[in-house]
Design a protein around this ligand. Structure first.
Ligand code: C2E
Ligand code: MG
Ligand code: MG
Length: 952
């Protein structure tokens, strides 16, 4: 209660004696007081009146006294003049009355019918004087009377009368004096009486005023104040208090009011508190309900009496709409209606106070979702209602289902899962964890993840990993860990973090799988992808990657790099003659030798076959490259010990520089390749630097390829024919068709120049087809002209024996069309074709053989033919390469070789043709050696068909 606001009604404190009595007693007191005042007034007035009466009586008596004194004198005188008895008696009576009056005046008493009081002491002296004079007077009277003649005669003379008159006058004067005093006294008495009356009036006024004041103070004002107090109470100021205290009814009324006000105030405070707590409760309820994340509802008579915004939104309604028109059964699925009805009934009947259940609910649009309901019964306005909260638990349910699924997965997945706390202490693991690490769950839980640490990763690795985890909460990668049995294993690990609400780490979740096998496979695959299986050197792919990196590095450090391209000379021969095993061994040893020639930081790679590359990076001194090239040539020139035999192999090296010669890996490789070919062209077993002209050569080859495409269509090709002479008879038995290209700008282009280009571009197939058809036509003519033994040789490329090359059926059909027998054609192939012969080669050769077409091995001796192949493919002719013939002189090794080849061929039933015979000596030596045929400038250069010599 606010005491300051309390208005205190104050009353002046009345004397206890008065206040201690009740109102009735107080009224009695007042009545008595008034009565007393009235009585006192009456008494006083009466007393005054009495005094006045006494004064009047006294005056009367005094007057009578005076009158008697005169009367006596007159009577006496009268008697004296006319004595009579009756007169004498009258004088005696008057004397008696005079004395009685005097006596009454002196002592008080009744006289003449008046009751008079004794005169005051101050009059006594006058009375005494009157008496004294009276006595003298009476004596004079009596004397006179006594002297009275008996009847009718004057008893006294003049002197006597004079004395009597004098005495009478004296008495009269005294009585007059007395009366005058008494009158004066009476006036005083009257004055005093009047004063008394005034005093009485003043007293009355005072008393009445006192009574008025008392009544006003003790009754009227308290009543007024109480009235005001009641007024204050009436307007609701229950803090106001009456300070009036008394033992009377007003005091009791005041106390009762105070008490009532207190009670009412308390009651109102209580009511206010109740109201406020109700308001608070309602506000809280409203706030809670309106701001709640859950649906809050009150259902009354199966309708929504209240639904908060969330509740309405949950079901797709507006809150007002939901409260106005939606019933509880509108949100229940039809299957659940009965159950819900029963649930509400049991709640309202008091069987169940609270319910908690989960079930499907229907939205306004008919879609269903899962809700969780907490309902209880309460009363509103005497009505039983159900109040409850409802949660949309669809997501939770989904999460639960996912959680169950996750738990199922967790338990059954082959991926290990481990959960740790923020400090890396293992909290839980799944069975797969145990399977991979060997730690049973009970053993692992509580231990730190460091138990798995293998020490294989360096500190930097872990620093990077933890930096990622600490900044993003995530990390994934691969690392090596250790199983319980000490074995290392590779795992692919994904780490995720679960955070507390304050952002601190709650859990770290690690998922990992054992990828040891995969890693090993990958590493194998990687090795296979990047390394040459045979030599262990980086392969073409790795070389390319490394070259790219080295180019970038070279840019950074501003130091040049050298690319060396190395090709073994005649490796194919080694392979063909000594077999692949030896060839492989040769390559392995070559690789080792190459490695020994360079720094560890330099790269030696095998591109394939007998092609090697070396990257010499960060060259501060260009000249070292030449030293290395020499060193390599030297190292490779050392004899190889293969299968117990010494073998000598040389190599051709091409060298190019970055950035001087080219800017890209591809260009560099091309440059080095060209330089290597240049070295080969310059006689092999040497190195050659790339120069721009080489590039020009390559470019011209490019142009050539482009021109080739047009050449066939525009009939720029023609065939020249070179006679093949039978050495025994000197007759021209055969002719070799040699292609010529009449280039519109460049003139005649050598087949050695364009055949390889045609091979590279695949045009060789079309070209070869054209050669075959043209040569066959020529053969028809010459067979008619020169006889049916005449044969035309046609050169073929190995490329034509690939899958999309020669179609034997077409060729044979062409022969048939021309009417040319198969034996009119000889197909020249190279040695290598037989070595690499696959099914296509075999089938094609077989088809030719069956058609009677002869097969000749061109340039024999330059490659590495296997004799068994010659036998296998039923070869008809060997053409000894002109390199053996060129320097053919008696007793030369070439002659020996030629003789050996001829003998061997003959042993196999193969005829021998020598190429490039330019001199008679060569012809003679060959003939002497048993060679069957020869061709060369000695007999004729290749010529157009019309110029073809019929005989030499
Ligand atoms: P090849 O088949 O060995 O042909 C013999 C080559 O030796 C011809 O060169 C010929 O002109 C040359 N020649 C002939 N006699 C002598 C001689 O006494 N001394 C010297 N120094 N050379 C002689 P050509 O015509 O330039 O042909 C070169 C190569 O081109 C041929 O070598 C052959 O492999 C290939 N070739 C020519 N025509 C064709 C063709 O139509 N198709 C295919 N695939 N290759 C062909
Ligand atoms: Mg040939
Ligand atoms: Mg040849």
């Amino acid at each position: 209660m606010n005491h300051e606001s309390v208005k205190q009604l104050s009353f002046s404190d009345a004397p206890d004696s008065f206040f201690r009595s009740s109102i009735s007693r107080k009224t009695g007191w007042i009545f008595v007081l008034v009565l007393m005042v009235a009585t006192a007034n009456i008494v006083v007035v009466k007393h005054m009146l009495s005094d006045l009466n006494d004064v009047a009586a006294t005056l009367n008596v005094s007057g009578k006294l005076r009158m008697l004194s005169q009367k006596i004198a007159f009577e006496t005188l009268n008697l004296s003049l006319s004595p009579r008895q009756s007169g004498k008696q009258a004088v005696s009576d008057d004397i008696r009355d005079f004395e009685a009056a005097l006596m009454a005046l002196r002592q008080g008493g009744s006289v003449f019918g008046y009751n008079i009081p004794q005169l005051d002491i101050q009059h006594q002296s006058r009375l005494h004087k009157v008496r004294g004079e009276w006595v003298a007077y009476r004596g004079a009277i009596e004397d006179m009377l006594a002297k009275l003649a008996p009847f009718g005669q004057p008893a006294a003379g003049q002197s006597e009368f004079a004395g009597l008159a004098r005495d009478a006058a004296i008495v009269l004067a005294s009585t007059e004096n007395l009366i005058s005093f008494i009158v004066t006294e009476t006036q005083k008495v009257q004055q005093r009486g009047l004063l008394k009356l005034y005093a009485l009036l003043v007293l009355d006024i005072l008393i009445l005023a006192a009574i008025f004041v008392a009544i006003r103070r003790n009754i009227v004002r308290p009543l007024q104040d109480l009235s005001a107090y009641c007024g204050a109470l009436a307007v609701g100021n229950y803090q106001v208090r009456s300070r009036f205290q008394s033992f009377d009814e007003i005091g009791q009324l005041s106390a009762a009011f105070n008490h009532s006000a207190q009670r009412i105030g308390d009651l109102l405070d209580h009511v206010e508190q109740e109201r406020q707590s109700l308001v608070r409760a309602e506000t809280m309820f409203r706030q809670l309900a309106e701001n709640s994340g859950v649906g809050v509802y009150i259902v009354k008579d199966e309708h929504f009496h209240f639904a908060n915004a969330k509740m309405a939104a949950m079901f797709g309604y507006e809150p007002t709409e939901m409260m106005a028109s939606v019933g509880i059964f509108d949100i229940v699925t039809s299957d659940d209606r009965q159950v819900v009805r029963e649930s509400i009934r049991s709640r309202l009947d008091g069987e169940l106070r609270e319910v908690h259940y989960e079930r499907q609910a229907c939205r306004k649009d008919g879609s269903q979702f899962e809700v969780e309901v907490f309902g209880s019964k309460m009363q509103i306005d005497g009505h039983d209602v159900t109040i409850g909260v409802m949660l949309d638990i669809s997501r939770r349910k989904e999460t639960e289902r996912e959680g169950q699924l996750a738990a199922l997965v967790y338990q059954n997945t082959s991926e290990a899962m481990m959960v740790t706390d923020a400090h890396g202490t293992i909290v839980t693991v799944n069975p797969a964890f145990t399977e991979i690490t060997g730690y049973p769950a009970m053993e692992a839980i509580g231990l730190n993840i460091k138990i798995l640490s293998s020490g294989k990763q360096d500190q930097a690795f872990y620093q990077t990993m933890w930096h990622a985890i600490n900044t993003t909460g995530k990390w994934q990668g691969e690392l090596w860990n250790r199983r319980k049995n000490g074995e290392l294993y590779a795992e692919r690990l994904v780490i995720n973090t679960s955070f507390n609400e304050d952002g601190t780490v709650y859990r770290r979740i690690a998922l990992f799988s054992d990828v040891t096998d995969q890693k090993q496979n990958e590493s194998l695959i990687w090795e296979q992808a990047n390394f040459d299986f045979l030599t262990g050197l980086p392969n073409r792919m790795m070389f390319h990657n490394r070259l790219k990196q080295e180019i970038q590095k070279s840019q950074r450090v501003a130091l040049p790099l050298a690319l060396i391209f190395l090709d073994l000379d005649n490796f194919k021969g080694v392979n063909d003659t000594l077999g692949h095993v030896i060839g492989d061994e040769l390559l392995k040893q070559t690789a080792q030798r190459l490695r020994s020639c360079v720094r560890g930081s330099d790269m030696v790679a095998r591109l394939g076959g007998d092609e090697f590359t070396l990257i010499l990076a960060e060259l501060s001194e260009i000249s070292v490259v030449e030293n290395i090239a020499r060193k390599i040539l030297q190292a490779l020139a050392e004899p190889y010990l293969l299968a117990g035999e010494e073998l000598y192999v040389s190599a051709s090296i091409g060298i190019t520089f970055y950035p001087e010669d080219a800017g890209t890996p591809e260009e560099l490789l091309k440059n080095a390749d060209q330089a290597m070919y240049a070295a080969k062209d310059s006689g092999r077993n040497r190195f050659s630097y790339f120069v721009r002209s080489m590039q020009e050569v390559a470019q011209s080859r490019c142009r050539l390829a482009r021109d080739l495409r047009l050449a066939l269509a525009s009939a720029q090709f023609c065939l020249h024919y070179q006679p093949i002479v039978n050495l025994a008879t000197g007759a021209i038995d055969k002719a070799e068709a040699l292609i010529r290209w009449q280039h519109p700008e460049r003139g005649m282009v050598n087949p050695a120049e364009f055949i390889p280009v045609a091979e590279e571009t695949g045009m060789i197939n079309a070209l070869g087809d054209w050669v075959f058809r043209t040569a066959a036509q020529q053969a028809v003519q010459w067979r008619t002209l020169l006889g049916t033994q005449f044969q035309v040789s046609i050169n073929t490329s190995a490329v034509q024996f690939r899958r999309d090359g020669i179609r034997p059926d077409d060729w044979l059909a062409w022969l048939q069309e021309l009417g040319l027998a198969g034996d009119g054609i000889v197909i020249e192939i190279t040695e290598g074709l037989l070595l690499d012969a696959g099914s296509v080669v075999t089938d094609t050769l077989l088809a030719f053989r069956e058609a009677g077409i002869a097969v000749s091995i061109d340039d024999f001796g330059t490659g590495y033919s296997s004799l068994s192949y010659l036998k296998k493919f039923n070869i008809d002719y060997l053409k000894i390469d002109q390199s053996f013939v060129r320097n053919l002189v008696p007793e030369s090794s070439d002659l020996a070789l030629c003789e050996a080849m001829i003998v061997m061929a003959h042993k196999l039933g193969i005829k021998v043709i020598a190429e490039g015979v330019e001199s008679a000596q060569q012809r003679d030596l060959l003939r002497a050696a048993g060679c069957d045929y020869a061709q060369g400038y000695l007999f004729s250069r290749p010529v157009v068909a019309v110029d073809f010599p019929v005989s030499v």
